[in-house]
Design a protein around this ligand. Structure first.
Ligand SMILES: Cc1cc2nc3c(=O)[nH]c(=O)nc-3n(C[C@H](O)[C@H](O)[C@H](O)COP(=O)(O)OP(=O)(O)OC[C@H]3O[C@@H](n4cnc5c(N)ncnc54)[C@H](O)[C@@H]3O)c2cc1C
Ligand code: FES
Length: 278
């Protein structure tokens, strides 16, 4: 069954809100899970977080990075893609913790944080949402952020051009040093920052779960490409994740393996852009 694109709108110069009809996935997907898409039968499988659902469509935030994401975003509303597979991965356990911080500096996090914040708030938590961007060119319009699903909302930019200056790691560190009560943290984005966050929150014994972003190839537990080590035990991000306890994750092995296919990906994108230019 082909899946129709029903929305395709820019959020900034590189990220797009894309909504695609996928009734079976939309009916089942839970906060923390993701989908895998294929534009055609022989296409690359691209994993994608889901922000929310609108009727029988799933809503995603997608960054143009390589060949497949360029092709997808170049497909207009009314166009179709071949496969939307999912829900994949484990849903997050939504419980009442007290004060929960949700923090991210990546397009994936800007997407999943919405449904996670909404569910945690509905479960009775006080939800603090922190969305980090590089600068004002990157910041999404207000309607595309999480203001309406959290109790406290912070936008941060590296250069301070919009919102508070800095990064969520700085803000969380400052709050903890001041004695602010935080009972649980969910975070996603740049691995090096997540590693830093884990170091900070371990000191205060605050449960911290992070999206362990790894390259996925089959995204179905067969190839082992997305493996991570949690307390020394191998886990597959596509099956057991993508969220894991940050205090048990081996960040260094994840960081080392993340750029394995960078050279091949660069060539594929250059070929696609050359073809597009004619
Ligand atoms: C669980 C999960 C959720 C994700 N959610 C989002 C999201 O909400 N929005 C979004 O824009 N992107 C998301 N991604 C990343 C997205 O899958 C990649 O950007 C996409 O596969 C790139 O394909 P490409 O052909 O355009 O680029 P490629 O040329 O294949 O790759 C370009 C760069 O994208 C990253 N990447 C490529 N393939 C993968 C992969 N299979 N898994 C992870 N990263 C990859 C790498 O940094 C790579 O160097 C998610 C990835 C995972 C694993
Ligand atoms: S991507 Fe192949 S096992 Fe997870």
């Amino acid at each position: 069954m082909a899946h129709e694109i029903v929305r395709n709108e820019p959020l900034n110069y590189q990220d797009y809100l894309v909504a695609i009809r996928a009734p079976e996935v939309a009916a089942k997907i839970k906060p923390g899970q993701f989908v895998v898409m294929m534009l055609h039968d022989k296409g690359e499988r691209i994993p994608m977080s889901v922000r929310t659902t609108e009727g029988d469509a799933i809503v995603m935030y997608i960054r143009k990075v390589g060949k497949t994401t360029h092709q997808l975003i170049d497909t207009p509303v009314g166009g179709t893609i071949k496969h939307v597979i999912g829900p994949q991965g484990q849903p997050l356990k939504i419980e009442k913790h007290g004060t929960v911080v949700i923090a991210t500096d990546s397009v994936c996090g800007h997407a999943w944080s919405y449904s996670v914040a909404k569910a945690l708030r509905e479960a009775g938590n006080y939800v603090i949402d922190i969305q980090c961007f590089a600068d004002e060119k990157e910041v999404y319009p207000e309607w595309a952020l999480n203001k309406n699903v959290c109790d406290e909302h912070h936008v941060m930019t590296k250069d301070g051009s919009v919102g508070e200056k800095g990064h969520y790691t700085i803000l969380i560190k400052q709050w903890l040093a001041e004695g602010r009560q935080i009972d649980f943290i969910y975070a996603g984005g740049e691995l090096i920052k997540l590693k830093h966050l884990a170091r900070i929150t371990r000191k205060y014994n605050i449960p911290t779960w992070v999206e362990a972003h790894q390259l996925m190839i089959d995204a179905s537990g067969m190839c082992g490409a997305c493996r991570v080590f949690v307390a020394g035990e191998m886990k597959l991000t596509c099956i057991d994740g993508p969220f894991f306890d940050a205090h048990k994750l081996d960040f260094d092995s994840m960081i080392n393996r993340y750029s394995t296919y960078a050279a091949e990906e660069k060539i594929a994108l250059e070929r696609y852009l050359a073809q597009k230019r004619g």
